[in-house]
Design a protein around this ligand. Structure first.
Ligand code: PMP
Ligand code: GLN
Length: 380
C-alpha cells in the first residue's frame, strides 16, 4: 500500500458526530452550521446567476467585482485599506485558504506555533508542508493566551504563528492587549502570522473584533482568513477569502491555483450582489447571535452545568464536571445516543488534553431547538 503522510489522523470529529447524530435521530448541535436559511436576497441572487448561465470558471484570484466588495467592507467595518487586485484572494472555503497559506510559507523543518485547543485543519496542513506544530495550551477555564509561554516556545526554526479569534471551540476573543503582545512577538522574531477570523462578526456584549489587519506590523506579515459560510449562513457554499500583502498573496496564489484553482462562480456573483445591496448586514449578526446565546444560556439556569457565556462565535462550552467525570469523547457519544443531543468534545483539539470537562454546543439554531435542547440538558 502506501506510507500514510498523516498516520495519526482519522475522520474528523465533525463528520463523526454529525453521522452519529443522524444515525440516532439526535438534535445536532455538534458540527457548526445554522439550521436556518441565508437571507432570501442572497438565495435569490444565487439561483438567478445559475439560471443566467454563469456557470463557468471565474478568474483564479476570484471575481474582481467580489474582491472590490470585500475591500469596501474591510474599509467600512475595520477601517482597513486593501488592494483588491494584489491583496485579496477568493478561496473555496477558509479551510482551503489556510491550507494554501501554510503550504506557501512553511518549509521542511520549520516550527509553527499553534494554541490548543486548535482548529483541526491546522496541524495536518503543517505536517504535509514538512513542518512541526508546537502546541501551546490556552489557560485552563479562562482560555486566555499565556504570551510568555508563547515567547518561550520561539526558536530559530519558528516560522509562523497561527491564531483564531473569535475562537472555535472556546468562544473567547483576543483583546487589544493580546493583539499588541502578538504584534510585539511577531515583529521581534520576524515571524509570519495566519489569523483565522472566520467568526469576525460574531462578538458579543459590546466587544469589538480586533483584526490582525488593523495592526501595522501584523498586516505586513499576515494571511487573514474569512468565510462567507459563517457571515451569510451558507456553510455549504464553501467560499471565503484571504487578505495578505502582495508578496504573500502571490505565493498563496501559486499554491491555490493548483489545489483548487478557483472558487465557485455563481456563489461569488451572488455574494458580491448581496454585499453591494446590504453592506451593513454583517453588523446585524452580533445582536442576532447574542440573543441565541442568551436564549440557550438562560434556559440552562436550572441545570447542573457551569456556563460562562461565550464572548464570540456561535459555540457555547458547557462545563459538565458537576454531572460526570467521564471523558468528553465518551460522554458526547453517550448523550447523542441516550439523550438525543449531539455535541463536540473539545479534548480532540489538544495535543495533550488537560483535566477538564467541557462539551461544545452550536447555538446557530432556531430558538425552539435551543429551548428543546436546554430542556433535555436540564434533566441530566
Ligand atoms: N476556521 C475555523 C476556526 C472554523 O470554525 C471554520 C469552520 N468550518 C473554518 C476555519 C473553515 O471555514 P470554511 O467552512 O469556510 O472552510
Ligand atoms: N468549523 C465547523 C465546526 O467547528 C465544522 C467544519 C467541518 O465540518 N469541517 O463545527
Amino acid at each position: 500500500m502506501i506510507d500514510s503522510k498523516l498516520p495519526g489522523v482519522g475522520t474528523t470529529i465533525f463528520t463523526r458526530m454529525s453521522a452519529l447524530a443522524n444515525e440516532c435521530g439526535a438534535i445536532n448541535l455538534s458540527q457548526g452550521f445554522p439550521d436556518f436559511d441565508a437571507p432570501q436576497a442572497l438565495l435569490d441572487a444565487m439561483s438567478r446567476h445559475v439560471l443566467a448561465g454563469h456557470n463557468q470558471y471565474a478568474p483564479m484570484a476570484g471575481l474582481l467585482s467580489l474582491r472590490e466588495q470585500i475591500a469596501a467592507q474591510l474599509l467600512l467595518h475595520r477601517d482597513v485599506n486593501c488592494d483588491p487586485d494584489s491583496e485579496i484572494t477568493v478561496v473555496p472555503g477558509a479551510t482551503e485558504g489556510i491550507y494554501c497559506a501554510v503550504m506557501a510559507c512553511v518549509a521542511r523543518g520549520d516550527e509553527v506555533i499553534v494554541l490548543d485547543p486548535c482548529y483541526d485543519s491546522y496541524e495536518p496542513a503543517i505536517t504535509l508542508a514538512g513542518g512541526r506544530a508546537v502546541h501551546i495550551p490556552l489557560a485552563l477555564h479562562s482560555f486566555g493566551v499565556d504570551w510568555q509561554r508563547v515567547a518561550d516556545a520561539i526558536t530559530p526554526r519558528t516560522r509562523l504563528i497561527m491564531v483564531n479569534s473569535p475562537h472555535n471551540p472556546c468562544g473567547v476573543a483576543l483583546s487589544l492587549e493580546d493583539m499588541l503582545q502578538l504584534q510585539d512577538l511577531v515583529e521581534r522574531h520576524n515571524l509570519l502570522l495566519i489569523s483565522d477570523e472566520v467568526y469576525e462578526h460574531l462578538v458579543f456584549d459590546g466587544r469589538q473584533h480586533h483584526s490582525a489587519l488593523q495592526f501595522p506590523a501584523l498586516r505586513q506579515r499576515c494571511f487573514a482568513l474569512f468565510s462567507f459560510g459563517k457571515t451569510y449562513s451558507v456553510t455549504g457554499w464553501k467560499t471565503g477569502y484571504c487578505v495578505a500583502p502582495p508578496a504573500l498573496t502571490a505565493e498563496l496564489r501559486k499554491v491555490h491555483q493548483f489545489v483548487c484553482f478557483v472558487a465557485v462562480t455563481p456563489v461569488q456573483l451572488a455574494v458580491a450582489d448581496f454585499m453591494a445591496a446590504a453592506p451593513d448586514y454583517p453588523a446585524t449578526l452580533a445582536a442576532f447571535y447574542q440573543h441565541k446565546r442568551d436564549t440557550f444560556c438562560s434556559a440552562l439556569r436550572g441545570s447542573r452545568f457551569r456556563v460562562t457565556p461565550s464572548a464570540g462565535t456561535y459555540f457555547q462550552l458547557l462545563d459538565y464536571s458537576a454531572i460526570s467525570d467521564a471523558p468528553d469523547r465518551e460522554l458526547a457519544e453517550d448523550w447523542t445516543r441516550r439523550h438525543g443531543i449531539a455535541s463536540i468534545p473539545i479534548s480532540v483539539f489538544y495535543e495533550e488534553p488537560p483535566q477538564q470537562h467541557y462539551l461544545r454546543f452550536c447555538f446557530a439554531k432556531t430558538d425552539e431547538v435551543l429551548l428543546q435542547v436546554a430542556e433535555r440538558l436540564c434533566e441530566i
